[in-house]
Design a protein around this ligand. Sequence first.
Ligand code: ACO
Length: 431
Amino acid sequence: MADKKFELTDLSSGKKTDLPVRSGTIGPDIIDVASINKDHGVFTFDPGFGVTAATESKITYIDGDAGVLLHRGYPIEQLAEKSSFMEVAYLLLNGELPDAAGLSGFTDSIRHHTMINESLLRFFNGFHHNAHPMAMVSAVVASMSAFYHDSMDINNPRHREIFAHRIIAKIPTIAAAAHKHSLGQPFVYPRNDLDYCANMLNMFYAVPCERYEVDPVAAQALDLLFILHADHEQNASTSTVRLAGSTGANPYAAISAGVAALWGPAHGGANEAVLAMLEQIGTVDNIPKYLAMAKDKSSHFRLMGFGHRVYKNFDPRAKIIRAACHKVLARLGRTDNPLFELALRLEEIALKDEYFVQRKLYPNVDFYSGVIYSALGIPRSMFTVMFAIARTVGWVAHWQEMISDPAMRIGRPRQLYTGSIQRDYVSVDKR
Ligand code: ACO
């Protein structure tokens, strides 16, 4: 088949250039515009990177119109039903599902990196008791770069692997320490006899004065949420990790930048904002009033947990979480959950509303995740931290993919400058 080309014509000069068109394994073709500055002296303009591919990747594929999400080719529905978070983590990092020995070796390595340095633990005392946990997590993750000088050579594949296992193992410990600090309770050390999610719940809820048994239903629910949040190709936080990492910065600093980017309500902070919104709406009778506000461009109110840059159809993760809400609430004996009932009605009413239909605004992954986190007893301010724990796997996989690519260049966007043209300095007495 002949190579595809895209003809670019400068209508003022008549100069034509053939731009190469690149095809992935699936998905739309990509026009390679790298030569247009050399050939035409121009750049491209795409605020918010709505149509710009910044990289090649083999990790995750999304078809937003069809509501498809594949990790290394495997549909999210199959992974959610049959796999575990540790297996998905291995898959994202290594490209293939592990065999039994591979999975056990990986899980064992993660288990044996869960403790954090005692000095790092003391950092939490420097935070006020009401510090947002995302502030603590991003600061402490960045601080990890001060602890592992002997294994931070980004060009050494073994060092990269140690970093990957270390950060995936320690991020729940850091999150739990932030939670305990907010409560004023003693830190609970990780337990390596528990699996990833059970250990996390134990660090969250155990106290020295009582025996605590992890509820396996809760650990399983968390595992599912972690699978669903593990990766989502070039989203804002992953692109932030790539951009920070492209400078050669140490990987802990790059992950910390990702945590910061995730925090915003337009991204991972939406799960916290959804619950706040549902509480604000309060009852089904108030839904029309809040929908009217969401449609009113002069109001800053948006329907949180609705809409997505890529999905113009159901977010497949939202469908899975909605179904899981029914199961988890029933198994935890919490079927009477007014916020879940309200969320279901809100979705039903919004999906019939012309404004949402026309703009193809559907519930996203975070519309229902907060309902499960709440049922597990996780406080609202910790929701985005839970997302960060799961997404660390995706961030690490993308950072690894970028650093091991010999064609990697520093990320450096261009701009359309609309400021003053050159002018001469005027001394203060003459202004
Ligand atoms: N409520 C009301 N209107 C909305 C919403 C919403 N949640 N989302 C989008 N719209 C409207 C916009 O006002 C715009 O309308 P217009 O065409 O009349 O101007 C249109 O839909 C397109 O929206 P954009 O803002 O251009 O879409 P964009 O891709 O830039 O933003 C985003 C996507 C940030 C997710 C947006 O839908 C939003 O703010 N949603 C609420 C926050 C949220 O749930 N974020 C989580 C996303 S998933 C994740 O990161 C894990």
